[in-house]
Design a protein around this ligand. Sequence first.
Ligand SMILES: [Zn+2]
Length: 255
Amino acid sequence: MRPFHYIRVFFLLLLFAFLAARRFYGLHWAWAVVLLFVYVSLLALGAIYIRWNFFLKSFNKGANQKCIALTFDDGPGQETAAILNILKAQNVPAAFFCIGKNASTNVDLLKRIDAEGHLAGNHSYNHGFNFDWQSANAMAAEMRKTNEAIAIAIGKTPKLFRPPYGVTNPNLAKAVGLTYMRSIGWSLRSFDTKVKDPQVLLNRVLSKLQGGDIILLHDTKAITREILTDLIINARKKGFTFVRIDKMLSIDAYA
Ligand SMILES: [Zn+2]
C-alpha cells in the first residue's frame, strides 16, 4: 500500500462525512469543492515529487553516508562521449538512463558506457510530454522497446527505470510492475537543464551534497560536462566516494 491508497480511502470517508453533514446539518456545498481541490492538489504533488513514493516505491537515496552516485539522463547524446572521457580520467562509475530512441541510434556510445564500467538504465523510448498520459500497457511497451534497444547494444536487459520528468502516477506504477523493473528517483536534483551559469550549478550541487545522494544530471547538456571534473574533485575533498547506484542500493542492474 502506497500513500496514494490511504489518501484515497481517507478522502472517500471525508466525502461520506460531508454528505452526512450536508443531509443533517445543511453544510454548504462549497465544502465539497474545497475537499476536491485538496484531493486533486495532493495527487498532483504526489505525481511531481518522486521522493514521496506516493504512487509507487522508488529508490531515491542510499544509506551509506560516505557514498554518492552520479546519474545521467536523456542520452546517449551530444555530451555523452565527453562525459565518458571525464569519468574515465577521474575513475568514477556512473549510471546512464537512456532514452530508447537515442540508444538505438547511438549503439557505439552504449557499448562504451557498458565497457567502461557504467550502468545503462531505461528512461522510456520517446520521453514525450504525453508519456504520463498513456495507458499502463502503452508505457510498458515503451519500456520494453527501450530494454530491447539497450540489449541489442550491450547484450544485457536493464532492470532499472527512471520515470521521464520524475513524474509518477497509478498507470506508471502498473507499467513498472508489468515490466518487472524498479523505479529509480533521486535525492539531489542539479537543475542542469535550467541553470545557465556553471559556477552557480557547481555551487548548488556541492552545497547540497549529502551522503547517500543520488545526483540527477543530464548527458545532453554542455554545462554538465563543464562542471563535472570540479564536481568530482570537490566531492572527493568533502570525503565522498563515488559508487554505481546498483552497488549503493544493493540491487540488480540487469535482468
Ligand atoms: Zn529525462
